[in-house]
Write a protein that binds this ligand. Structure first.
Ligand code: HEM
Ligand SMILES: *[C@@H]1O[C@H](CO)[C@@H](O)[C@H](O)[C@H]1NC(C)=O
Ligand SMILES: *[C@@H]1O[C@H](CO)[C@@H](O)[C@H](O)[C@H]1NC(C)=O
Length: 502
């Protein structure tokens, strides 16, 4: 056994040298062992395979063609788990049923930390966004639950309908629009109404300005701003300025409210009355608009696009809402927005199976989410692959929502399809396990009200660039991580007002 001999010789040699040298050598050997062990840990048998090629090449596609990039990674490594290096961070991409289960339930996996680094959407400004993420987030979530309490959400319904009426009337009696502009604009208004204050929501100029600033934050996320956040590139400066301007608008609204003494029973007032410090109030409005406006806008835009291309489902939705109207106490001579406001929150939430299935199918097929976590706990294993403490883990929703075994013909919009049975987390459109969407109640009500107004107030279909009925219908583009938007200008929604008064 030669290695025993070697050790013995080494030990004898060790004894014959001076104490100082012994100590130095011991330290060196210790360091070597630590290095080897940690290298083994990272590249050991239980470590997921790395992507081929230099890690710098991963940055651009991760932000610009994520769906293709992740699929390529699974393909290139031939595994259902792989890792790559993003800006010095160890990122593990997981897929498959058992990986998904661990991903959504593991205790150490943290959403906020994962989102912070990997999304790159919000610049971390000391004293504003960076402290906010860690310290005040619990408080913000508690207030968000308050906004969606039964009485508050009920009171929001007429406001949401009134905003929808105003914007839809501005669309005129016929025409065509890009849903990613017009429908998105509408849901942005509704989100501002629900999450901020009357003064901003009633001021179309302020809303338009905020929308532009949020767009700058989202689209300003270039690989460079994420790679070198400290480097004052033009994109980075633009983002910082946008953050600052949003902050100023919100801070001004707070100040005005505190000084004017005018009372509005809105979300801002609820926040101020709760006695939260200003950072929580600002963080609530800034942070939740980011979390909520984009997702709601994407879903609403796609939902109406799908209904435009599927007259059968459009009709089913219209019939369902019509039935609720007939059952309600509303006066048929009143405008649609007023009549819809007489339907109770309970009814919207529990008696709209068609709208529910349409929302579910839309969030399945057109929500290009990649869930991101950081392992803040000890090392853990997903599918026998090591996720070291401190590493990032991501799970692309395409893995489950576009899986043809669970959803045959997965790109097809079919709200009538059978839900997969007995498969854990086979639908995660509103999150799963430890992290569920905290704005679900509000978002669903918004989507239902907008859909109800639109299908009864208008006829519509999907038209191509020359204004002809489009076939095949547009397909969600999962490479666009924000809106799932196909090439701009490739289609629009053509609409005609019905005789119903909005
Ligand atoms: C159609 C609209 C929406 C969809 C489809 C949606 C979907 C989701 C999903 C899938 C997650 C989990 C993310 C993950 O696991 O990585 C999530 C989390 C979250 N959502 Fe939404 N969301 C929507 C609207 C909103 C709105 C309007 C708000 C706020 C008012 C909101 C607030 C949040 C928050 C705060 C979280 C993080 C929860 C946590 O930290 O545990 N969402 N959402
Ligand atoms: C504000 O609205 C809530 C419910 O949305 C209600 O409980 C509360 O009494 C209202 N407060 C005032 C001062 O009107
Ligand atoms: C739109 O559709 C019509 C009829 O299907 C077709 O003739 C036309 O070339 C299409 N236009 C574009 C820009 O695709």
């Amino acid at each position: 056994m030669p290695y025993c001999l070697g050790l013995q010789t080494a030990a004898e040699a060790f004894r014959s040298i001076s104490l100082a040298t012994q100590f130095t050598l011991a330290v060196v050997i210790f360091l070597i062992i630590v290095t080897i062990v940690s290298a083994l840990q990272k590249d050991g048998v239980d470590s997921p395979p790395s992507l081929p090629g230099p890690s710098l090449f991963a940055i651009w596609p991760f932000f610009r063609r994520r769906y293709d990039f992740l699929n390529w990674g699974f393909h290139a490594t031939g595994q259902n788990t792989f890792r790559f290096n993003l800006l010095g961070n160890n990122v593990v991409v997981v897929s498959g049923e058992s990986a998904r289960q661990t991903f959504f339930t593991a205790k150490g996996l943290d959403l906020t930390e994962g989102f912070k680094i990997l999304s790159g959407a919000i610049p971390m400004v000391r004293g504003v966004t960076s402290d906010l993420q860690t310290r005040r987030i619990q408080q913000i979530h508690k207030r968000l639950a308050n906004v969606q309490r039964h009485d508050r959400l009920s009171e929001l319904i007429p406001c949401i309908l009134e905003d929808s009426r105003r914007l839809m009337e501005s669309w005129g009696s016929a025409g065509k629009f890009d849903p990613f502009e017009k429908v998105y604009e509408l849901t942005f208004q509704l989100t501002i109404r629900s999450l901020s204050c009357t003064e901003i929501a009633d001021d179309p100029v302020a809303v338009a300005q905020l929308k532009k600033l949020y767009d700058e934050l989202d689209t300003g996320t270039t690989p460079a701003t994420v790679l070198l956040p400290w480097l004052p590139t033009p994109a980075m400066i633009k983002k910082l300025l946008a953050t600052k301007k949003i902050y100023d608008i919100v801070a001004k609204a707070i100040k005005d409210r505190e000084q004017s003494g005018v009372h509005h029973n809105d979300t801002l007032q609820m926040l101020l009355d709760s006695g939260d410090d200003r950072l929580v109030v600002v963080g609530f409005i800034m942070g939740l608009l980011i979390a909520g406006a984009r997702a709601t806008g994407t879903t609403a835009s796609w939902l109406l696009t799908f209904l435009g291309g599927h007259p059968d489902w459009r009709n089913k939705a219209a019939v369902e809402v019509q039935k609720l109207l007939s059952a309600s106490s509303s006066d048929p001579s009143q405008p649609l927005s007023k009549r819809l406001a007489s339907i109770s929150l309970e009814t919207w939430e529990s008696e709209t199976p068609v709208l529910d299935s349409i929302i579910r199918e839309t969030t399945r097929v057109a929500q290009p989410h990649t869930a991101m976590r950081r392992n803040l706990g000890p090392d853990l294993y997903i599918d026998d692959k090591l996720i070291p403490s401190g590493a990032y883990v991501i799970y692309p929703f395409s893995d489950v929502h576009l899986d043809p075994d669970l959803y045959p013909d997965p790109w097809k919009f079919d709200p009538g399809r059978k839900e997969p049975e007995g498969v854990p987390y086979s639908y995660v459109g509103w999150g799963g396990g430890k992290t569920m969407c905290l704005g679900t109640r509000l978002a669903k009500v918004e989507l239902k009200l907008v859909t109800a107004m639109f299908v009864l107030g208008f006829e519509h279909d999907v038209v191509n660039a020359s204004g002809e009925p489009m076939y095949p219908l547009p397909t969600p583009n999962w490479n666009d991580i924000l809106l799932c938007r196909p090439p701009q200008g490739s289609f629009s929604l053509g609409y005609t007002k019905t005789s119903v008064v909005l």
